[in-house]
Design a protein. Structure first.
Length: 60
């Protein structure tokens, strides 16, 4: 799995951490970020589809 490094404003990190940890929705920060990216990409795909744009998926 590829690793990336991003700068995140403290307020976003604080909001994220409210959902991360034992007995919460996400086990760790990476899990929460991956889930958020997946949801964002799904939303962008839906927008592209509604506007008639072709969604290209990279070959894996």
């Amino acid at each position: 799995m590829a690793k990336i490094c991003v700068d995140v404003p403290q307020e976003l990190l604080d909001d994220l951490m409210a959902h991360v940890g034992e007995d919460r929705k996400y086990v760790n920060q990476s899990d929460a970020v991956r889930a958020a990216i997946r949801r964002l990409l799904d939303a962008l795909d839906d927008i592209d589809e509604r506007r008639g744009r072709t969604v290209r998926r990279p070959k894996t």
